[in-house]
Design a protein around this ligand. Sequence first.
Ligand SMILES: C[S@@+](CC[C@H](N)C(=O)[O-])C[C@H]1O[C@@H](n2cnc3c(N)ncnc32)[C@H](O)[C@@H]1O
Length: 283
Amino acid sequence: MHEEHVPLTDEHERMMRVNQANWDARTPVHAASRFYGVDEPPDPSRWFAPFEWEDLGDLTGRDVLHLQCHLGSDTIAFAERGARTVGLDISEASVAAARAIAERAGADVEYVRANVYDAPTALEGRRFDVVYTGKGALVYLPDLDRWAATVAGLLRPGGRLYIVEFHPLLTSLGPEPAVGEGSELLLRHDYLGGRDAIRRTVTRTYTDGPPVQGAIESYEWTHGLGEVVNALVGAGLRIARLRESDELPWPRWPEMDRTPSGWWRLPKTSPRIPLLYGLLATP
Ligand SMILES: C[S@@+](CC[C@H](N)C(=O)[O-])C[C@H]1O[C@@H](n2cnc3c(N)ncnc32)[C@H](O)[C@@H]1O
């Protein structure tokens, strides 16, 4: 793996096209992985914490838009709860896989291929009761102010934006030494964004399965929690709730323990820190 820092410039469109190719290349590996388990009868509920359903409220008959939906492994949960559901993703391969997965599951979901920043045009001005995003989404967005303004424009009056995202504290942690027995989690990466894009060239993705073939280059942007909140406030949204959770839907590190909910948390001997956050915002 090779990693270097690239200053933020107006090259964002190019970097997002690079990411699009990378997600197209990752998709066949993910679609065949145990991580996503999409060949088994899909169980989208395993990707949701109970507090998410509490904050989202009754979805029956609601118009729900899931941004950066990837394989739609969690998107179909909204359709199962009675919502008219649209998933949007920049990757053509992801959208094609998501359509096949939804069809196999008998879920009625519409999928649209588009960059999030182009969503208003791609969705022809449609507006939604709920816009849902997260779990590895915001890190691919170079400009949160522009993103927040875009999302605000996708909401109906009385609608809600729900972000469930990996906590920036989680992404700032890394084991030292990187592999092997007795490693310790330390602060190893930026918590705050605004400095550089991170350019990665890596054949390994986060799921099980073979190496990614072809387009292995990608770009990521770090966003601290304050940056997310201020982008939303700047777009005229009201923050109605911010939850911080010490549980993750998958074991990020081998030492994590299974919780009664079936999710994962750091062992009791570790400090109790947030690994995921849920943020509800309204117009
Ligand atoms: C980690 S995945 C999404 C998380 C999802 N919850 C999951 O676990 O499957 C990130 C997704 O964001 C999509 N993506 C990245 N940049 C995007 C952009 N600018 N517009 C729309 N989708 C984007 C990728 O194609 C990928 O499918």
